[in-house]
Design a protein around this ligand. Structure first.
Ligand code: ADP
Ligand code: ADP
Length: 231
């Protein structure tokens, strides 16, 4: 499903280069619940962004569901993000003047919402426990409830891959537990592949794939033989 091969990512930071990823290789099977863990600044978000085609590696290759993200055109990358990937962010990113239901329908708004899509959105919200809150605005919802709306929004397109960046980072531990319970149950039903960045390991279960990253390298992989890109 996901193949990451020899991926390097360097950022220019003033006059020096920062190697955020230094030769990452990994594979994630379809339908897995995968975690990217590691200390702050180790490259977790960078790897997640690459999987979402929000940015390109400096060198190496990323193939998702047979599509090479690294050679894809800009417009194909946009279509990939829009149609195939569900994103969940730490800060929910809901639109404040839209209802919960309308927020879930946001991915469909550009082309107009069909009754089937509306039903699907309402069904997803109901499955997160928000069936009685469809018309609530984000400010009328708790943080945990807002994140549940964001989960429904991420799943409404039936994405091949859901990417979550610290989805419980702004929630208390009870709400965090609830979010993982929902993520797991929704993933079981939808059979989607889920990759979650977190520095909180207490949500990891023995069945999950754990990609542990340190200084831009996956733990357990050999160190870099030479610099990536132009070194
Ligand atoms: P998080 O780890 O919560 O996802 P960010 O991805 O925003 O937070 O940032 C992670 C790290 O990357 C931080 O140390 C931040 O300073 C650094 N960073 C993010 N964007 C830039 C940038 N444009 N220039 C320099 N450093 C950045
Ligand atoms: P994590 O998500 O594990 O906190 P990041 O992937 O955000 O780590 O960052 C990895 C490294 O890359 C950090 O040293 C960070 O400062 C740097 N970095 C991230 N994004 C940028 C950016 N846009 N420009 C410059 N440096 C960045």
């Amino acid at each position: 499903m996901i193949d990451v091969v020899g991926v390097w990512k360097s950022y220019r930071s003033g006059s020096r280069m920062v190697d955020a990823l230094r030769g990452v290789d990994c594979h994630v099977d379809r339908g897995r619940f995968a975690f990217i863990v590691g200390p702050s600044g180790s490259g977790k978000s960078t790897l997640l962004y690459m999987l979402g085609a929000l940015d390109r590696p400096t060198s190496g290759k990323i193939v998702v569901d047979g599509q090479d993200l690294t050679t894809m055109s800009e417009s194909s990358q946009n279509a990939y993000r829009r149609e195939q990937i569900g994103f969940i962010f730490q800060s929910f990113n809901l639109i404040s003047n839209l209802s919960a239901l309308e927020n879930v329908l946001v991915p469909f708004l550009p082309r107009g919402v069909t009754p089937e899509q509306r039903d699907r959105a309402a069904d997803l919200l109901t499955r997160t426990g928000l069936g009685m809150r469809l018309d609530h605005r984000p400010y009328q919802l708790s943080g945990g409830e807002q994140q549940r709306v964001a989960i429904a929004r991420a799943l409404v397109k039936d994405p091949i891959l859901v990417l979550a960046d610290e989805p419980t980072g702004e929630l208390d531990s009870k709400a965090g537990d609830e979010i993982y319970r929902i993520l797991r149950s929704m993933q079981e039903t939808s059979k989607t592949t889920l990759v979650v960045v977190t520095h909180d390991r207490r949500f990891i279960t023995p069945d999950d794939l754990v990609l542990e990253i340190q200084d831009g390298r996956l733990v357990g992989q050999p160190g870099p033989a030479e610099g990536g890109g132009d070194g």
